[in-house]
Every structure is written in structure tokens, then in C-alpha cells.
Design a protein around this ligand. Structure first.
Ligand code: SF4
Length: 915
């Protein structure tokens, strides 16, 4: 947005700001003064103050009940679906106001920002006027603090406003696409397309051209059934990989009429792809359809029926206010994506993240064509749009789930580019896992029986969802009744409490009680006392345990059997449709059939997991029992099964039916002394499981790592010395004047370090943010970090390769220690199968390479990569790009280097050539 601020009056309301450096109050007359935390709390409790990001200010003041007039809530109302970094500086940018220079100037900014936002509501050209007055009336009834302030600024419309559900457009049904034409891409055409996409006169990069040509091969017609073309492409940062594969992909899509799926692991890359794809495709085709579609799992999108339910009393208190603001957003959202789309990530944290989740379709309870909003549903729209698209941008999990149990055969991906290909293994691991836990079982029970008495909401059980089937088809009705009776054996509300008191109810709870008892009895990890989750392998189980498992398996089979019968009846109804079954009813039954299959498969996987307990171990799988805990509080208990090699089911489900697949990444191969380890990369691709020999290609990064980066291994910060670790972080951040990304392997250490140094750094004008500490979602934390070159950010795994911050904001990465894999039962089994310590080394080198990759994102980036580990093994150093200087030194020496910066020849700087 960032239009220049309107000449708006300050709003004469008191304002409050607090950071780690201090607190400031501004009275209604406009005078700002520093205050103690206690004084600030008293003032806010007395009169509602203007604040920015109440949960964060509450943490800073140590007063969780803080409330007031939060500018972010007002921003969400006035500018729904508009991006804003939720900091004083970010707000100032979004509204075109001058940045505050320090904390003392923030209260004044808040008054100005409120003035600009209120003045916007009076402007003729306010883009989000429609619906504002109506929503404001509802918010006033809910006693939203801003309602009274806003009311005089929003005129009542002369004509009735279009309300959300009438404002949203309907999607159109369109004919199925024919199968793609078989075309082979010409190398000259690929080069031409690449030149067109990179732009006239742009630098010709040989690495990118060769890469693009190699990618073209995966689109060639397949020669043998079940044998796709597979390409493994190592693509160093900066070669221009995205356009490198979009060039052949766009050519093929145009020539064949088919769809290419590009799958990513992080939302960052999805965003980048969306903008780069605009070079190859127009926003819309002549017929109004979109050639490029971002597709996510259904649990990401707003379910309009859930929202309607929330607006009509399903939500109470603050959550009801959130529902109104979400309704404002939904009317202006591009695609209804609540997680990583245009809904500000901070909106959920201002209210309750759980409330955001319950507005999506988490539990697969969609009633499809039975839903009054079906024709406007965001999820259905995205699914239809992707069937017609040339390019679908998705994530690994969705591509795998679609391949495994896609509703529609025509929508299964057959040409797939897995970018961030080093994450395919982890995504396959989760997709093909089985977990019989209390939480999973209770979800199944709710899906079959509906919510238990006393819960609010529209959720209904199978009997209510399929009432017409039950009354029309006797056998179908009997199957529903039998499934409902059998589902009583599943755990119900309060199951964790009953297990803790050793009073389980039903066969499944009885089994989970035994899982709990045996896990506590056997865990030797030390996590029992530390409060973390505990686990034990599913071996050496007693006769009593095995009997309970058999009884539980029997109970599950009794649920599955009527569900299978019901599926057969639904199938029969679809084949020989009764007169009353119109197109909508048909779609609803097809939807029910689909979700039924998914539940039947889950039950079968659970039974198979239980069936093997007590028998010989199956070398293909790792089975274990666990109790998930957080700070000693138990939140789930269950049995787990994973494939030792999840690429085996991946190969059968995703690769085999496909025609062309590429896995690409800057860290696709491990690097040992002999260079890239291709044999491991091939084994890890899954291709050998379907007897396909993948093509290999390697494009080296054009970045001059050797002169732009230094690896410093600090040898005098002792392991376990928390005070020393915190001191080292503080001094590095001071030496670098911010711009530090700190990576931790344990949340506890991260919190301890942050608690010791945040205030001290803030007083020096070096704000420190942290995952697991600040009540801010990870994406927003990265936005804040990117926006302020003096800020630093601490985090764990998600930041190790989900951060793309080119430029000065990120100039130093610090790892607190060597990132060893967590010694879990699953890891032990894979380690044994994968070559022992060599397997660990590969994992660690991969993690180091990913973390190092955060540092140099563009040609003109430079900086230090620091590991605070006296015992850093030399065999891991090949993780870093060849030629990068590595020095073992003391902390003091490291600080001198950080303060001096990395010097290099800047005349070589050219355009930002990020991947
Ligand atoms: S069709 Fe399903 S997901 Fe869409 S709004 Fe209705 S119930 Fe929600």
C-alpha cells in the first residue's frame, strides 16, 4: 500500500509502548514520558490505551491480561487482506508515515497511525468500504473497543451492502481437460523461452541454460509403463533455477495442454514462484480462467460454513470479534488461504490461533454439495482452478496426498518438479506414516458420531450427514447404525484424565493406558524428569499388552466393516441413481464416498500396526509407543509406524504413475571429500524402488563464496555453559550490530539465552526476537527480521532453511552447536540401516549446508557463519562450499572478525541473482 499518509489529525487518545529497552506512555494531551513497567500496566488497566500488538506488549510488560485499542486490529478492519509488518516501523511503512527513531517516538506514531486509519474510512476511494458498516454494527454489539471510535467515521450506506456470502463470486464447472498431447521439447525452443523469461539483454548464464535443457528431458513422452523420466538436479544458489525449470515447463504446458505441478516445502518459495511464473503466463486467460494456481491442503483454507457458524454464535468473547475480522478479510481475499496466504499471520496471535484453525476444514467434515456455500467455497474453487491450470504450485505433502488418495483421477499430478527436493524424504515420511493415538482416534469418533453433547457448532455425524441415504437405502442405513454403535469403542472426551487415573473406557482407551504405563516404565532417555515426550520401542511386549492390542484391533475392525458396506451402498447409489438424486446430491455422495475411503484406509493401517505387535519385527517398518508431553503435561498417547525407507511408498505412489519427475535443490547431494555423493542422492530419490535410473545434473553456484563468506568455529565456549553461550550470542550481536540469525537445537536453551540477553541488547538499539518466546508466528518473525537491519532472530529447525533474507538484514548466522540428529527410536533404526555414523554425518552436513545457505542469498551478500562448538569434527567441513575459509579461533578473535566484516571486491556486484 505505502501511499503517502493523509494529512490526518493525531487521535487524542492515550498511547503506550513497551520494548525490552523500556516503556513509554503518552497522555491524551500528547506528552510522552518514560515509565516503569508497573506504571504502564496501571495506566493501561485504568484507561484503554492505543497499543501495537497487545500480546507482544503484554509479554514485554509481564502482564498477560493487557488489553486496549490495538492498532493491528484496526488495520485488519480498515485494510483487510493487506500486508503489514506488525512493528512500529512496519506500521509506519504500511501507512506512509515517518519511521520512529526510538521507542519514545512510538506512542506518537500510534496516535498518528490511528488518525490516518480513521481518515481512510472517510475517503471516497476507500477500497474496502463495502461491508464495513454492517460488520461494524456486529462488532459494536460484541463490544469491540474500536467500534465506538470508528462509528463516527463510517457512514451508513444508502443502499443495503452486499454481505460476504453474496459478494463472493461463484466458481464455474468446466469440462474435464483431455489428456496431454505427447510432445518432445526442442533444445533451441527451450533456450528461446528461457531468454524470453529472463528478459531481453539479461546476462546469459551457461549454468542456467544447461540446467534448463536437462529439465526439458523430463517432459519427453514416456517409453515404458510405470517408468517415468526422473531427473536429479543439484542447483547451486544463484543459478536461476526457478526460471530454469519454468522455461521448459511453460513450453510443455502450452504445447501439450497438460498441467505441470511444482512442489515446494516452504511458503517462501511458493510466494517467489507465484511472482516468477508471471513472466511466463498472464494473470488470466482470455476466458477469464487462471493459468497459474497455488494449491494447498484443504486445512489451509477458510471454510465458509464454519465461518457462518462462528458469526452466528458458534464463537464467543474475543473469538467472535476475530470471526468478524476474518469475514472482512474473506470478502477481499485473493484465495481464502488462511495459513500463509493474504490473511495477516499476526491476526491469529492477537486473538487465538486455535480459533483460526477451527475456521478451516481441519477434520474433513465438509458436506460438499450439501453446503449452502458450496458454489462459493474457496476450497472447491482452488480444486477446480487447478484442474484447468498450466502450472499448479503446491507443497510436497499435498502432491503426495493427491497422488495417494486424490478425489479425482484427472487431478493426479503426472509432471512434477519437486523444488527444495532435499525435503521430499521428510514429507514422504509423514505422508506414509501410521499413528494410532488418542487424538487421532477421537477425531475419527467425532467424524462418525458428531461432537459430544455440550459442544457448539454445526458439526454433525455420519447419520445426520447421510440421513437421506439411510432413509432411502435400508442396507446403507443399517451400515451407518452399525458404524455408529462400533465407534463407541473409540476414546471420548476426558480420555487423558481417565488414563491418568487408570480408569480407561473401552478397548482403545484400555490399550492406550497400557501404552502409557509401558512407556513410562521403559523410557531411559531422561525426558521423564525433563518434562519432554517419552517413547519406547514396540518390542518385548507382555502377553497382557498383546491381548489388549488384539482386542483393540477387533474393535477397529468392527468399525471398518460397516464403513466398507456403506461405501459399497454409496457406490451402488451413484451407479443406479434414484430419481431424487440431483447433481448436488450426487456430488455430496461422491464427497462422502471419498472421505469414507480415507477413513477405511486409516483403520486398516491401524489394524495392521496392532496385528504385528507380539510377532516378529518387520524389517520394513519401525514401530514404537510414545507419550507426547510439553512441560510434563501429557497431550497425546499412542502407537506409531514409519517406513524405514519412506521413499519406497513414495516411489510406488508418486513416481510410478507419473511421466516425468524432477527433484532439485541446492543441497540435493551430500558433499564428502570426494565431491558430491550421487549414489546416496539416487538411493534417497526412491527411483531404484521402481528400477529407474535417474538422469543427473549439477549446476554450480556462480557466487564467489570463497571471498564473501567465512566460517568461524569458536573453540572456547564450553558445551553446557549456558551463561557463556548467552554471553557469546550477545557479544556477537553487538559486534555485528544486529543482523544475526541464531539457530538452536533445543528450545530450552533458546529461551534461556533470549531471557538473559534481550533487555541488554534492546537498550543498545538491537532488538532481539525469538521463536517459541515472542507470541508471533514464524513467518511474521522473519518479516520483522527482514524489515530491520538492527534486529536479530533466534529460532530452531524451521528457520534453518525457511528463511530467505537477501541483503544487509542477515549478515551473520550462528549455530549454538553441531546439529546432531535427535537420538529417537526412529533415528536409531534408520541409522542402523543407513551405515551408522556415516548416516549421521550426512544428516549433519545437510543441516549445516542448509543453514549456511541462509547467509549468501544474492551475489552481493556477505557474512560470517559461526559455530559455537569446540569439538567441531573436521569431516563435517565439506558441508561448506569449496574454498570458503574456515578458521578455528577464540570468541574474542571471532568478534574482531565479525566487527570488521567480510571484505571483498565489490566491483563484481551484479544483479540479485537469487534462485
Ligand atoms: S463446501 Fe465444505 S469446505 Fe466449502 S464452505 Fe462448505 S462445508 Fe466448508
Amino acid at each position: 500500500m505505502a501511499e503517502p499518509a493523509l494529512p490526518a489529525e493525531d487521535v487524542p487518545l492515550p498511547a503506550l509502548h513497551a520494548s525490552h529497552a523500556g516503556s513509554w506512555l503518552c497522555g491524551s494531551e500528547g506528552a510522552v514520558r518514560g515509565s516503569s513497567k508497573g506504571e504502564a500496566v496501571m495506566a493501561a488497566a485504568d484507561t484503554p490505551h492505543l497499543i501495537l500488538n497487545a500480546p507482544l506488549i503484554a509479554t514485554r510488560l509481564g502482564y498477560p491480561d493487557l488489553s486496549g485499542l490495538d492498532l493491528l486490529e484496526l488495520f485488519a478492519f480498515v485494510h483487510p487482506a493487506v500486508f503489514c509488518v506488525p512493528t512500529p516501523k512496519g506500521l509506519a511503512h504500511a501507512l506512509g508515515l515517518p519511521e520512529p527513531e526510538d521507542g519514545a517516538q512510538v506512542p506518537r506514531l500510534l496516535r498518528q497511525a490511528a488518525g490516518v486509519l480513521l481518515a481512510t474510512c472517510e475517503r471516497e476511494d476507500w477500497a474496502a468500504r463495502e461491508g464495513a458498516w454492517s460488520v461494524l454494527q456486529s462488532l459494536a454489539r460484541l463490544r469491540w473497543p474500536w467500534a465506538q471510535v470508528l462509528s463516527p467515521h463510517i457512514a451508513k450506506p444508502e443502499r443495503a451492502e452486499k454481505w460476504l456470502f453474496s459478494r463472493l463470486p461463484e466458481w464455474d464447472e468446466s469440462a474435464e481437460r483431455p489428456q496431454p498431447a505427447q510432445v518432445a521439447l526442442d533444445e533451441v525452443a527451450i533456450q528461446g523461452q528461457l531468454e524470453r523469461l529472463t528478459g531481453e539483454g539479461s546476462e546469459k548464464r551457461e549454468g542456467q541454460r544447461a540446467y534448463s535443457r536437462d529439465v526439458g528431458n523430463i517432459f519427453a513422452p514416456r517409453e515404458r509403463r510405470d517408468k517415468p523420466h526422473v531427473l536429479l538436479a543439484q542447483a547451486g544458489t544463484g543459478i536461476g533455477k526457478t526460471l530454469g525449470y519454468l522455461a521448459p515447463a511453460s513450453l510443455w504446458a502450452e504445447a501439450s495442454g497438460g498441467t505441470v505441478w511444482v512442489s515446494t516445502y516452504t511458503k517462501n518459495l511458493q510466494r517467489q514462484l507465484r511472482s516468477e511464473a508471471a513472466r511466463a503466463w498472464p494473470d488470466r486467460r482470455a476466458d477469464g480462467t487462471r493459468p497459474v494456481v497455488v494449491r494447498k491442503g484443504r486445512e489451509n483454507y477458510l471454510c465458509l460454513l464454519n465461518l457462518e457458524d462462528a458469526l452466528q454464535g458458534g464463537f464467543g468473547g474475543r473469538a467472535a470479534i476475530l470471526a468478524q475480522l476474518v469475514a472482512r478479510w474473506a470478502a477481499y481475499s485473493q484465495d481464502g488461504d488462511m495459513i500463509g496466504g493474504d490473511l495477516p499471520g499476526w491476526l491469529g496471535t492477537l486473538f487465538r490461533q486455535r480459533a483460526i484453525r477451527s475456521l478451516t476444514d481441519q477434520r474433513g467434515e465438509c458436506i460438499y454439495a450439501g453446503c449452502p456455500h458450496y458454489r462459493k467455497c474457496f476450497i472447491e474453487r482452488a480444486a477446480r482452478a487447478s484442474a484447468q491450470a498450466d502450472l499448479v504450485i503446491a507443497n510436497h505433502a499435498l502432491v503426495m496426498v493427491n497422488a495417494a488418495r486424490g478425489r479425482d483421477h484427472a487431478q493426479r499430478p503426472t509432471r512434477i518438479v519437486f523444488d527444495e527436493g532435499h525435503h521430499v524424504f521428510d514429507a514422504a515420511d509423514s505422508t506414509f506414516a501410521a499413528a494410532l493415538t488418542g487424538q487421532e482416534a477421537i477425531e475419527l469418533k467425532r467424524w462418525i458420531l458428531g461432537p459430544e453433547r455440550g459442544s457448539k457448532g454445526r458439526r454433525r455425524g455420519l447419520a445426520a450427514r447421510l440421513a437421506d441415504v439411510a432413509s432411502y437405502d435400508e442396507a446403507g442405513g443399517e451400515a451407518i447404525t452399525a458404524a455408529c454403535d462400533a465407534a463407541q469403542a473409540l476414546p471420548g472426551e476426558g480420555w487423558l484424565g481417565r488414563l491418568a487415573e487408570n480408569a480407561p473406557s473401552g478397548e482403545i482407551e484400555a490399550l492406550l493406558a497400557a501404552v502409557r504405563a509401558i512407556t513410562y516404565a521403559r523410557d531411559e532417555s531422561g525426558a521423564v524428569d525433563a518434562g519432554y515426550g517419552i517413547e519406547t520401542e514396540a518390542a518385548g511386549l507382555t502377553g497382557d499388552f498383546v491381548e489388549r492390542a488384539q482386542a483393540a484391533a477387533q474393535a477397529l475392525a468392527e468399525i471398518r466393516s460397516p464403513l466398507i458396506k456403506l461405501g459399497v451402498r454409496l457406490e451402488a447409489m451413484l451407479e443406479d441413481a434414484p430419481d431424487w438424486l440431483d447433481a448436488q446430491g450426487r456430488a455430496r455422495i461422491e464427497g462422502a464416498r471419498f472421505s469414507l475411503t480415507w477413513r477405511i484406509d486409516t483403520l486398516a493401517a491401524w489394524e495392521s500396526l496392532l496385528g504385528r505387535l507380539g510377532g516378529p519385527a518387520d524389517p520394513e517398518f519401525v514401530d514404537w509407543l510414545n507419550v507426547e508431553r510439553n512441560d510434563t503435561r501429557e497431550f497425546d498417547i499412542g502407537l506409531h509406524r514409519r517406513f524405514v525407507d519412506p521413499m519406497k511408498p513414495f516411489a510406488r505412489t508418486v513416481l510410478e504413475p507419473a511421466h516425468g519427475v524432477m527433484l532439485t535443490s541446492a543441497t540435493l547431494t551430500d558433499r564428502n571429500e570426494d565431491g558430491p555423493d550421487w549414489p546416496s542422492a539416487i538411493a534417497k530419490s526412491g527411483a531404484p524402488h521402481i528400477e529407474v535410473q535417474p538422469r543427473l545434473t549439477d549446476a554450480t553456484s556462480p557466487f564467489d563464496y570463497a571471498s564473501r563468506a567465512e566460517v568461524l568455529i569458536v573453540t572456547d565456549v564450553k558445551k553446557g555453559d549456558l551463561a557463556g553461550l548467552a554471553g557469546a550470542y550477545a557479544r556477537i550481536i553487538e559486534a555485528s550490530k544486529g543482523g544475526v540469525l541464531g539457530l538452536f537445537t533445543a528450545i530450552r536453551r533458546l529461551r534461556a539465552v533470549h531471557g538473559r540477553i534481550a533487555d541488554r541488547l534492546a537498550r543498545e538499539g538491537l532488538p532481539l526476537f525469538a521463536q517459541h518466546v515472542d507470541p508471533i508466528d514464524t513467518g511474521t518473525l522473519v518479516d520483522i527480521f527482514r524489515d530491520d537491519p538492527h534486529a536479530s532472530l533466534l529460532g530452531t529447525d524451521a528457520l534453518r532453511d525457511g528463511v530467505d533474507v537477501p541483503g544487509h538484514s542477515l549478515r551473520c548466522v550462528v549455530m549454538e552447536q553441531v546439529p546432531w540428529p535427535k537420538p529417537s527410536i526412529l533415528h536409531r533404526a534408520r541409522r542402523a540401516a543407513g551405515g551408522g555414523s556415516a548416516y549421521d554425518d550426512k544428516i549433519i552436513r545437510g543441516r549445516l549446508a542448509q543453514a549456511f545457505g541462509r547467509l549468501i542469498r544474492s551475489r552481493d551478500d556477505r557474512g560470517h557463519f559461526i559455530v559455537l562448538s569446540p569439538a567441531f569434527p573436521s569431516r563435517l567441513l565439506t558441508a561448506f562450499p569449496p574454498g570458503v575459509p574456515v578458521t578455528r579461533l577464540t570468541l574474542d578473535e571471532a568478534l574482531q572478525r565479525v566487527a570488521a566484516g567480510v571484505s571483498c571486491d565489490d566491483t563484481k556486484f551484479e544483479e540479485d541473482a537469487r534462485t
